[in-house]
Design a protein around this ligand. Structure first.
Ligand code: DLL
Length: 434
């Protein structure tokens, strides 16, 4: 179902809406956020210079680092009393990126997610189990409010506790699963291990997946395992959360909510804007944000754009599957982690040397992360209790700070291979298994 007529405007109408909102957004960010005043001054531009959509490329980019430098609320455009919701996502090191929403921002977010789940085929007759983690992550609460708007019945399971997930799914007659694709596949295995046939004994008809990359092979497995129709959806906390774009049932790419976002593709090395169809880094300018306006936000996600007609009747631009990232951010079961954050934790713990290797792999359908770490003093390896203590300290800090559960392997001082050039800190074996 097409939720809003705004998804079917002709391209010229969409562009006219974008230009009007862009001018307003640029003026607003300039007036309310000192960071943008300084940035505009040093670039020698003024909001009045933005008179066409092509003028967008006069505006300097905004990055995650800019948000981090202004942690936590330095780039907010409204007083705190206007903020009705906070979320946060990983920063490259140390501070997370904090995002805030006014009532108006929440209204737009709900609308965008309502469109996205409608595109996926969800409606008021559905019972939707949300198996994204509830908390600072935008996934669960973001999906919940849009699903509520559509009228679906929400089962707010959060992630983990997989056997209970299957029991509730069965007993409540759940028809829609909201999760990362890897967790969706894992749940199908858990159902089988409980003696159930996911296709026969459970009643999922839609899968609304996102927050991590997935392949067509994974989609096929999800559809076959559950007898469902799986769609992929894209979003990012700094832009909104889920709701930026999503697939319709034609599976032609993810339709962008273009009356609320302008998408560009740039060459990540030069910053040059690339023509439609070329792969490059996605840069997005949200056109509605009151709390945290960001102009030309560099997502570091690699994709391409396509505005050709889609058989579903929507006229909005579509983005292709994310083909990778321009930085080294790892996504472990939907949780964003930078190797530098892991390093920062390791180096803050007494007894740990500066050599480590992060290995990411798949166990079944779930991501698994292991860290080999050199200790400073080899006598530690002879004491079971000291070894246990150190392992527990590392595991607890990784869990409380980053939300990951790595396997830890402590090794002798100087036993790990030294590199002559740039140290290899990460091995990602998942790529070989796709
Ligand atoms: O992951 C928002 C979201 C939640 C989207 C639920 C869809 C469903 P962040 O935690 O800020 O926000 O992570 C954003 O996740 O820059 C991408 O690298 C990655 N990502 C999100 N969706 C996809 C996708 C949410 N469909 C980062 N395919 C982004 C590949 C994705 N990567």
């Amino acid at each position: 179902m097409i939720w809003s007529l705004k998804e079917t405007l002709d391209r010229e109408q969409i562009k006219a809406i974008q230009l009007k909102k862009l001018k307003k957004t640029v003026k607003y960010a300039y007036k309310k956020v000192p960071y943008y005043q300084e940035k505009f001054k040093s670039a020698g531009i003024h909001p009045n210079d933005i008179q066409s959509l092509d003028d967008l490329n006069k505006i300097p980019f905004t990055t995650k680092e800019d948000l981090r430098r202004n942690y936590p609320f330095g780039m907010f455009a409204v007083p705190r009393k206007k903020i009705v919701r906070y979320h946060a996502s990983s920063g490259t090191t140390g501070n997370p990126t904090v995002v805030g929403y006014t009532r108006h921002d929440m209204k737009v977010w709900r609308e965008c997610v309502a469109r996205m789940v409608s595109m996926a085929g969800v409606n008021k007759n559905d019972t939707a189990q949300i198996s994204f983690g509830y908390g600072l992550f935008t996934g669960a609460l973001g999906l919940q409010q849009g699903l509520e708007k559509v009228g679906a019945g929400i089962v707010p399971m959060s992630s983990g506790n997989s056997k209970k997930q299957i029991k509730i799914m069965k007993d409540f007659g759940v028809t829609t699963l909201i999760a990362t694709p890897s967790y969706g596949l894992h749940l199908s295995e858990v159902a089988k291990s409980m003696g159930l046939d996911p296709k026969e004994d459970l009643h999922l008809r839609n899968g609304v997946f996102g927050s991590e990359a997935s392949t067509e092979a994974m989609r096929k497995k999800l559809n076959e395992a559950w007898g469902m129709f799986a769609t992929e959806n894209y979003g990012m906390s700094e832009l909104m959360g889920p709701g930026v774009s999503g697939e319709c049932r034609e599976l032609n790419g993810m339709h962008i909510n273009e009356d609320y976002f302008i998408a560009e593709i740039i060459n990540p090395k030069t910053g040059e804007v690339l023509p439609e169809g070329e792969m490059g880094e996605l840069v997005v300018t949200p056109l509605f944000k009151e709390a945290l306006p960001v102009l030309r936000y560099r997502t570091k996600d690699i994709t391409s754009l396509d505005s050709s007609p889609c058989a579903c009747g929507r006229t909005t631009m579509r983005m292709s599957k994310i083909g990778g990232r321009t930085d080294d951010m790892l996504i472990i079961s939907g949780v964003n982690v930078f190797p530098s954050q892991i390093e920062e934790i390791l180096l803050s713990i007494d007894g740990i040397g500066s050599n480590y290797l992060i290995t990411v792999d798949k166990k079944g359908y779930l991501d698994k992360i292991n860290i080999d770490v050199e200790v400073i003093d080899s006598s530690l390896l002879d004491s079971v209790s000291r070894l246990d203590n150190l392992m527990n300290t590392i595991k607890t800090q990784m869990h409380t700070t980053l939300g990951i559960h790595p396997g830890i392997h402590l090794v002798e001082p100087l036993s790990m291979k030294r590199s002559e050039g740039k140290a290899q800190r990460v091995i990602d074996l998942r790529k070989d298994k796709e």
